[in-house]
Design a protein around this ligand. Structure first.
Ligand code: G4P
Length: 531
């Protein structure tokens, strides 16, 4: 196997999806701790902005500051290089999260054992399912009084439409939590509360010694043994192909705050989660071990310093070998880029990176040369597909208080639009720009940033629109000609988005049905993929 191929095979790139408070931050920190990427607990947690104040833009600003450093965490474990991508916690920024999920090869779903499947988990999981992303499940907080494991398993299967395959099984819960049974190794790992333990050192008792187990753990053990027997009869065996296709999810139990169950997750990531696979571009499929570099921008993060306006483009390496200072082509614009100061994320330090392989994430500082969805190559004209933009569900008109600042407003909105912070629409008729968002908070952030970074006091007012749909027409149905006809007939409710895609804007969802009937050849999209 070539060096390149073996480097790719070592890569595991994943994100954690969960409802707020399920334990994502805690588990992230414990994964870093167990892999040796950080030495002390508290390093990540301390940086988490207070979640009770996230309706406040100050907090958003704070989060933005810390999130460049913590948006990708790289660690080495079990002969693998693991990239963990962070996703914004607040649901108003879910669009950003969806785009991050396009850059991973697997996801770890964290479930609070007391609350079961919660709304945010459900939504994020749907995005993963749509892309057939393999999912590992971690049921957290077993040290509390929680739901019984069979009920939880049933709920996950029903709600998420996946077959759950337990790899560990809990013995007791809350005060009587005794540990987890490793169903493959056939031993019980005894639970010990506390945050000091790091890797190994756990007491393991073989399941063969039933008498000793029953004597020590009493009812809790008997019950777990009974449940496992029940499972045994109904269980679906683990099937790697089903897992990789997102039809089966291996399930683990633990308590992140007590460092318990963390090692199983790292082991599962290295043993079960897939290495980078070929990815589709418009022109062809690109294999991760092809010699030439290709990559795609899936996230843009503005830097904190308002004076500099530089931003970091997060690029997922799709193939080849990235080396600092190499010449890259931005396929959309044809411009050349020679990134010398590339940010890597190894061990939490923003250090200069020298090389990266398929599956790795690199951060390229730039002043607007790179946009969301951009493909980078060594020269080939390629465009990766699949980066989603969702039709906004909320709209506002935006005007500038001081007409002399109109240019700054346009420039600011252009950049914020390119970052994906907001969607900007230019109506076919009239000159007032429209903003579209999926969460209210996005408007607040935009107003704040326009003022502080671009010196523009914007007047953001209500808009009558509530629904947006991108419109296209297939060549077989009349293509451009039919689309033009539609646009002309609907010019009073038509707008152009940041990449000049025509968008229909409506006041009521009911209108859409009538329009769809009247224009059977036009296609209406609630999601646009960057192409
Ligand atoms: P999030 O990133 O998903 O929002 O969750 P986070 O890790 O911040 O955890 C949310 C709360 O749940 C925290 O408590 C955390 O300590 C607690 N927690 C995480 N894992 C476990 C676990 O295994 N068992 C128990 N009992 N609690 C757990 P908090 O009181 O909100 O914060 P803190 O004061 O502990 O930092």
């Amino acid at each position: 196997m070539s060096d390149l191929a073996s480097s790719v095979r070592q890569r595991r790139t994943f994100a954690i999806i969960s409802h707020p408070d399920a334990g994502k931050t805690t588990l992230t920190e414990k994964l870093l701790l167990f892999s040796g990427a950080i030495q002390i607990a508290g390093a990540v947690k301390g940086r988490k902005a207070s979640r009770h104040a996230t309706s406040d833009w100050m907090e958003i600003e704070k989060q933005r500051g810390i999130s460049v450093a913590s948006s990708v965490m790289q660690m080495e474990y079990g002969g693998c290089v693991i990239n963990l991508l962070d996703t914004p916690g607040h649901q108003d920024f879910s669009e950003d999260t969806y785009r991050v999920l396009t850059a991973v090869d697997a996801a770890l779903m964290v479930i609070d054992a007391a609350n079961g499947v919660e709304p945010q988990t459900r939504r994020l999981l749907q995005v993963c399912r749509a892309r057939n992303t393999p999912i590992l499940t971690f049921v957290n907080k077993m040290d509390r009084e929680v739901q019984d494991p069979l009920t939880l398993m049933d709920e996950i299967e029903r709600e998420l439409g996946m077959t759950v395959v337990p790899f560990t099984w809990p013995v007791g819960m809350g005060k009587s939590f005794a540990g987890v049974i490793d169903l493959r190794a056939k031993h019980l790992r005894v639970f010990e509360p506390g945050e000091d333990r790091v890797q190994g050192g756990d007491e393991r008792l073989p399941l063969s010694d039933t008498a000793a187990l029953t004597q020590r753990f009493g009812m809790a053990y008997d019950q777990a043994a009974g449940e496992i027997e029940l499972l045994g009869e109904a269980a679906t065996p683990f099937d790697a192909a089903d897992f990789l296709a997102g039809r089966q999810t291996p399930m683990f139990f633990g308590s992140a705050v007590n460092n318990f169950g963390v090692q199983e997750i790292l082991d599962a990531l290295t043993e079960l989660a897939p290495a980078p696979a070929p990815r589709a571009a418009l022109q062809r499929e690109v294999a991760p071990d092809e010699p030439k570099f290709t990559g795609v921008v899936f996230k843009i993060q503005a830097n904190m310093d308002p004076a500099h306006r530089d931003r970091i483009a997060f690029v997922r390496v799709m193939s080849g070998h990235f080396e600092r200072g190499m010449r890259l082509k931005v396929v959309r614009s044809g411009k050349e880029l020679r990134p010398n100061t590339v940010v890597s994320f190894l061990s939490q330090r923003r250090e200069l990176l020298d090389e990266a392989f398929g599956g790795d994430i690199i951060g390229i500082p730039n002043h607007g040369v790179l946009q969301l969805g951009d493909t980078l190559t060594e020269g080939e004209s390629l465009q990766f597909t699949g980066l989603p933009f969702f039709a906004p569900e909320m709209f506002r008109s935006v005007e500038v208080a001081d007409p002399l600042r109109t240019k700054q407003l346009k420039a600011g909105l252009q950049q914020l639009g390119e970052e994906g912070a907001i969607q900007v629409f230019r109506p076919e008729l009239g000159s007032v720009l429209l903003l579209g968002a999926v969460g209210q908070l996005q408007f607040e952030v935009v107003a704040h940033r326009l003022e502080h970074e671009y010196g523009v006091k914007a007047r953001i007012t209500g808009s009558r629109y509530q629904v947006a749909r991108w419109v296209t027409c297939d060549a077989a149905d009349g293509g451009e000609t039919e689309l033009k006809r539609f646009i002309n007939a609907n010019s009073h409710r038509l707008a152009w988005d940041a990449v000049n895609a025509p968008t229909l804007l409506l006041e009521y969802a009911a209108e859409l049905r009538a329009i769809e009937e009247n224009w059977p050849k036009i296609r209406f999209h609630a999601m646009r993929e960057h192409a």
